[in-house]
Write a protein that binds this ligand. Structure first.
Ligand SMILES: NC(=O)c1ccc[n+]([C@@H]2O[C@H](COP(=O)([O-])OP(=O)(O)OC[C@H]3O[C@@H](n4cnc5c(N)ncnc54)[C@H](OP(=O)(O)O)[C@@H]3O)[C@@H](O)[C@H]2O)c1
Length: 282
């Protein structure tokens, strides 16, 4: 990822100084015009802003903590993955060393870095974001989420959560029809080209305001009705001899919603269950 980030900056005409523990990984970047720093201190002092993309926060501490006050007065943007608590701690760590700090999360794999619609999430110092926005736009579409430094990694995790849930939905549904020898390519046409844009569409954005108000009118279908559908999916999975844990879990969540008084509400009331820690089933 570090190579992709540096290539993108070079491609947009920015002077780039690189440092990596394994220096030879930057050989191609040097042939493209990057300057290779011999030390981390040299790299940090070479530019008005330092972009880091290491394995994790611990690696960042390991690199900088023995280096004295080289971060004092510097601007750091950290793009490694982590947890909200780790991002908070890193912002405090940077402040203690006198550095301006922006935390970030990369929403695309390395080959997509530099595309104008590749989203990069940022949170923390708005001043750092505003001053360097044009330079950050060399990497993709920079989105500032707020001054809480943990927001970028939290959004990142939430979107990954949604990605895996969506992929599992498609894969389980495809396994169901595959039990009747339906090829995945045939099902995908209906599931992706018709079903997905019909269900996961802009009406969910409109409904999001109802989530904020905990308003779930059951006019067009209640939780009870949805529980029937989930029982049906679970029974069909067993009947067709495919894995049934995923529909069973969704059924248990709907049952929990009914147990908590949402039986006459619409399905989006499961949001109330998701907002709380998992409880043992009754
Ligand atoms: N790849 C992706 O698709 C992607 C997408 C979004 C976010 N990310 C995030 O970006 C970050 C980097 O990912 P990556 O794909 O570039 O991983 P990677 O190829 O494994 O690179 C890890 C980087 O951390 C360095 N590093 C690891 N341990 C170190 C240590 N003890 N001391 C000094 N340097 C150390 C490595 O240096 P060496 O080269 O010397 O090993 C390398 O530069 C991760 O947090 C990842 O979650 C990656």
């Amino acid at each position: 990822m570090g190579v992709a980030l540096a290539e993108s900056f070079l491609g947009h005409g920015h002077p780039v100084t690189i440092w990596n523990r394994t220096a030879e990984k930057g050989d191609n970047l040097v042939t493209k015009g990057a300057h290779r720093a011999a030390t981390v201190a040299e790299a940090v002092s070479a530019s008005p802003i330092t972009i880091m993309c290491l394995k994790d926060y611990e690696t960042m501490y390991g690199i900088f903590d023995s280096m004295g006050d080289i971060l004092k007065g510097r601007v750091l943007v950290n793009l490694n993955s982590g947890t909200p608590a780790e991002a908070h701690a890193a912002a405090g760590w940077a402040a203690e060393r006198g550095a301006d700090y922006l935390d970030g999360a990369i929403m695309v794999p390395p080959p997509l870095v530099g595309q104008p619609d590749s989203v990069f999430l940022y949170s923390g110092s708005q001043d750092v974001f505003d001053r360097h926005r044009a330079m950050l736009a060399s990497l993709g579409d920079p989105r500032y989420l707020g001054s809480d430094p943990s927001l970028a990694v939290l959004y990142n995790t939430a979107l990954l959560d949604m990605m895996y849930a969506t992929m599992n939905g498609f894969l389980h549904a495809t396994a169901l029809v595959a039990s009747a020898d339906v090829p995945a390519v045939k099902f995908a046409d209906l599931a992706i080209n018709w079903f997905m844009p019909t269900v996961v569409d802009s009406t969910l954005v409109e409904q999001a305001s109802n989530l904020d108000k905990s308003y779930y009118p059951g006019d067009f279908g209640t939780m009870e009705m949805n529980l029937n559908a989930l029982e049906h999916i679970t029974r069909t999975s067993v009947e067709q001899a495919v894995h049934s844990d995923q529909p069973r879990l969704m059924k248990e969540i709907a049952e929990r919603a009914i147990a908590e008084g949402y039986s006459g509400k619409n399905y989006l009331a499961v949001f109330e269950i998701f907002k709380k820690p998992t409880q043992a089933s009754s």
